[in-house]
Design a protein around this ligand. Sequence first.
Ligand code: MN
Length: 210
Amino acid sequence: MLMNLNQTYPFTLEPLPYPYEGLEQEISSQILHFHHDKHLQTYIDNLNKTLEPYKQLHSMTLEQLLTHLATLPPLIQLPVRNNGGGVYNHMLYFNCMSPNKNQIPNNPLNTAIIRDFGSYEQFKQEFSNHAKTLFGSGYTWLISKQGNLELLNMPNQDTPLYMGNPILNLDVWEHAYYLQYQNRRPDYIEAWFSLINWNYINDLYLDSTR
Ligand code: MN
């Protein structure tokens, strides 16, 4: 079962959509235990603490909260941006991987990748370059703007929901790879490519064109 990105308050930690050992070669179970059980849990706890006194926000999904940050009470805009982003970004990141390795994009996403990047190889190279050159902590994103694909980097736990539909992200915070790859971020990026859950990304892409 995929993690549900449409939760509302109180947010809860859902299990990973695969066993902790499912990605072992590319991402160790040790990393997944820390990343899912500790890092994501902390973002969830902090988001719940932040929202607890604001009953009027308890029916809003993460997507709604993050898309309308500027309309939230000023006191909680930054904590929702950081912790709500931390929850949304991690759930998307975990959903975007699969133990069913070496999938390839199917249509209509494949056609869009070729149209907007020239080829899958070109897309992979551009995505990897973004991820390698992201300074500090953050994510590389593939977003769909009414079907048009764009790559971008965002720092920290910022989410590009206000720019389009996020359909794929890669966490390049050191906690995502350091235990297994130390400083070798390019090796982590290359390994992660074989884990991409293209069936799921294709569904998100289709939703973005409706
Ligand atoms: Mn992370």
